[in-house]
Ligand binder design. Structure first.
Ligand code: BTN
Length: 324
């Protein structure tokens, strides 16, 4: 049984109970077939209320991203010009990488409603439930040497932070290098994976996860004290297409600025949004922990740490521990 006529029937009677008997007559199918189809639809995110006496009532439909809606909002020139939207994927990173290997142009965007194997930094996973967030990966082809890749991560964090602050007016800040936090809890993550040849970047896959409309029940309990969403913090749901379109515009503008003027304007913007500067911190590196006060970024994208003896140490890559 195709579920479209059944959904249509409920959509035509918003908020009303429809008896199994009348559905059965209207669609010419058995009541068992209807019940099975409703169970299936519930699995796909539709919510029904069932009453023995009255039948079924459609309470809510799953939210789907719309590429048309996104295209209508898009002001970016290259970023998101081509969008591939998927229902369920392992990770959008894999799709974008395969496309980049096949020659996909800069700005080609992969979006998924759900990731079943979303990847985070440091080999961690990324919670990506259906219809609740922005899970996206984009192909970049910057003509810069490979050791500039961290700058792109910082640039992406700045763009995302500026955009989300503008759209939601929430107090969002950047924790070095690229986590976005609201009052100490993470709301988005950035994962850049690159391929290089002869010291030049062939392409970069920029993966962005934004926890937009997740509820507390969407997170594993152990993450609740560290992670949050725009919805939990603001008490309202956000239109994901609007979030994506605004971010792509901001991201592209900063990317063009970076290509014209280099990294120094990005340093200034990053420092203005940072919640890490001036606070004593422990940086966990494979070579051991470094304790000191982050005081700024240098031109390469390393964070400058002032040690207890007053010397300044640039740190390129580390995990930032809990505030000291
Ligand atoms: C982090 O650990 O902070 C980075 C998380 C990056 C998650 C995004 S979601 C879209 C893209 N696909 C993935 O598998 N990961 C990134």
């Amino acid at each position: 049984m195709n579920h479209e006529p059944l959904i249509q029937l409920f959509m035509d009677k918003p908020g009303e109970y429809v008896s199994g008997e009348s559905i059965s007559q209207e669609l010419g199918v058995s009541r068992t077939a209807i019940w099975k189809q409703i169970r299936k639809l519930e699995g796909a995110g539709y919510h029904f209320e069932a009453s023995r006496r009255l039948g079924y009532r459609l309470i809510s439909v799953p939210e789907h991203l719309s590429t048309e809606d996104l295209a209508g909002r898009l002001e970016a020139k290259i970023f998101g010009k081509t969008v591939h939207l998927f229902e369920t994927v392992e990770s959008t990173q894999n799709l974008a990488r395969a496309a980049a290997e096949d020659g996909a142009v800069e700005g080609t965007l992969f979006l998924a409603e759900q990731q079943v194997n979303g990847r985070g930094r440091m080999g961690r996973g990324w919670v990506s439930p259906r219809g609740k967030g922005v899970w996206m990966s984009m192909v970049l082809r910057p003509s810069v040497p490979i050791h500039f890749a961290p700058q792109l991560t910082l640039l992406t964090a700045v763009a995302l932070c500026r955009s989300l602050k503008r759209v939601t007016a929430l107090p969002i800040g950047i924790k070095w290098p690229n986590d976005l936090l609201i009052e100490g809890k993470k709301i988005s993550g950035i994962l850049l994976e690159s391929a290089a040849e002869d010291e030049r970047l062939r392409y970069v896959i920029a993966g962005i996860g934004i926890s937009v409309n997740l509820e507390e029940s969407d997170y594993p309990v152990e993450l609740l004290e560290k992670a949050t969403s725009l919805r939990i913090r603001s008490g309202k749901k956000w239109t994901r297409e609007a979030v994506i379109a605004d971010f792509l515009k901001e991201w592209e503008q900063l990317y063009f600025l970076y290509q014209e003027q280099g990294f120094s304007p990005i340093v200034t913007l990053w420092e203005a949004l940072s919640v890490s500067l001036g606070k004593p911190a422990r940086l966990i590196t494979p070579q051991g922990d470094i304790v000191g006060v982050p005081i700024g970024l240098d031109e390469s994208g390393a964070i400058r740490i002032e040690l207890a003896d007053g010397t300044i140490k640039p740190v390129f890559s580390a995990e930032m521990g809990e505030p000291l």
